[in-house]
Ligand binder design. Structure first.
Ligand code: ADP
Length: 459
């Protein structure tokens, strides 16, 4: 096993990895920006090293600075967490060149899956259902129009280098296709330096369902069930749960089989996620594969008991998966809420600042992942997620009740958060019935906020 690992991330995921390393007896070096030198993970790690100024582009996103830090501190491996350099194939190969193990799949695999159109083509070749659409990169908007006519409107233009919901535009009819193409291309060029686009039919009112997989270097591949991540705003997830209530047993089995087929097709190693959209008729289609740990991994851990970060580290060290498919069983229901420093009434605008008082919920089946403490500061430089509250109970309704209590107990003073919004969501009839698709928040967020305001007035 490794003696020392460098953690190239911040916030709650840095804490999550640090705790796991400590449990495994591994020393840690936290590579952080000047802004985070006094953060909780910086105090928790065995050692900390400053890799640059607050701007992520010059610190957390600087591959040379991270690799240099790993060399200087004699770290054998680097854990990239999620976001930042976690899906950067050049960073993974830079690690490989310097003999540092990247905790994740090979740079080749990251490159292959990072090109969404190639991943789509590969999946199609291996019999994994993909959304009807183009067979390759589009030449121009005229070709997009031609294919859209064949598959039928509405369609989605997607950047092959896309991520974080960027470089995607919808076209509902032929009059919109040219402008959708041009604006998706412009956004993709400025965000990813690559304006290549492909086209998919827009699945109406889909559920976003993803399957967690693990593969080791000895060829063992397992799935750890699915998560429903349909509650999204601006294509970004806000709440995730496992298992997906909407799936019938046969569909669930087929979905797991498709995810395994996808992972086996590429001889996947490490933790990964195969993402699908599920349409109203119950058909599911591959959309992409994420080659890293996901924000929402705890819901899977809660229902399977498998520690995904520990498995990632073991796999990177060349060890076998600690479980076979037959060892994995599923128990109960888990829900994760992402607590963000943001104001739902102002279009979920981020609200960083100083926290004057903080109290986290606790109790049986309640888990909190965060790097905040009383008096700490939510930096304006980074993502607005400040904590994840995860609950686990025997059934979905019991989990919802537990989440209500947990959210009610949690207190954050000094900054705006989405706590109340999430609490109200736990009483929303559509959410309770499990019938929320990826467009739900776009449509119903305002009504939920109004409902909260009215209830406050009455009280
Ligand atoms: P990114 O990598 O930018 O997150 P994804 O391909 O994962 O992009 O898509 C982001 C979200 O957009 C998905 O969670 C899903 O809700 C939605 N989406 C993607 N493709 C389709 C599609 N063909 N039809 C309907 N919704 C889609």
């Amino acid at each position: 096993m490794f003696k020392r690992i460098l953690i190239a991330n911040r916030g709650e995921i840095a804490m999550r990895i640090l705790r796991c390393c400590q449990e495994m007896g591994i020393e840690t070096v936290l590579a952080c920006s000047a802004e985070d030198m006094d953060s909780l993970p910086a105090q928790f790690a065995t050692k900390r090293v400053c890799i640059g100024p607050p701007a992520a582009a010059k610190s957390y996103l600087n591959p040379e600075a991270v690799v240099q830090a790993a060399i200087s501190f004699q770290c054998e491996a680097v854990h990239p967490g999620y976001g930042f350099l976690s899906e950067n194939a050049d960073f993974a190969s830079l690690c490989e060149e310097h003999g540092i193990l990247f905790i994740g799949p090979s740079s080749e695999m990251i490159r292959m899956m990072g090109d969404k159109q190639s991943a789509r083509a590969l999946m199609k070749k291996h019999g994994v259902p993909v959304v009807p659409g183009s067979d390759g990169i589009l030449k121009d908007w005229k070709e997009a129009a031609e294919i859209a006519r064949k598959v039928g409107y509405p369609v989605l233009l997607k950047a092959t280098a896309g991520g974080g919901g960027r470089g995607m535009r919808t076209a509902y009819d032929e009059s919109e296709i040219q402008s959708a193409y041009e604006s998706a291309q412009a956004e993709a060029l400025s965000a990813f330096g690559d304006g290549s686009l492909y086209l998919e039919k827009l699945i109406l009112h889909p559920h976003h369902i993803e399957v967690q997989i693990l593969g080791d270097s000895r060829g063992h591949i397992v799935h750890l069930g699915e998560r429903d991540c349909s509650l999204q705003r601006r294509n970004q997830k806000l709440l995730e749960e496992a298992p997906a209530r909407i799936l019938k047993p046969r569909q669930r089995e087929a979905l797991h089989r498709a995810a395994l087929r996808a992972a086996k097709a590429v001889h996947y190693r490490s933790a990964g996620t195969v993402e699908f959209v599920l349409d109203r008729e119950g058909n599911f289609y591959f959309i992409e594969m994420n080659t890293r740990i996901q924000v929402e991994h705890p819901v899977t851990e809660m229902i399977t008991g498998v520690d995904l970060i520990r498995e990632q580290i073991r796999i990177a060290a060349g060890l076998e998966l600690s479980c076979r498919q037959s060892d994995i069983s599923f128990s109960g229901h888990a829900i994760e809420c992402r607590i963000n420093a943001e104001n739902p009434a102002k279009g979920f605008a981020p609200c960083p600042g100083d926290i004057s008082f903080l109290h986290f919920p606790a109790g049986k089946g309640v888990r909190v992942e965060s790097a905040l403490y009383n008096g700490s500061r939510v930096s304006p430089w980074y993502d607005s997620m400040i904590a994840k509250v995860i609950v686990h109970a025997p059934g979905r309704l019991e989990a919802i009740r537990k989440m209500r209590v947990a959210l009610e107990e949690m207190t954050v003073e000094g900054i705006d958060t989405n706590l109340e919004f999430l609490y109200l969501l736990m009483f929303n009839p559509d959410y309770l019935s499990g019938h929320v698709d990826t467009g739900f928040l776009e449509k119903d967020a305002e009504a939920i906020i109004r409902w909260g305001e009215e209830s406050r007035k009455k009280a």
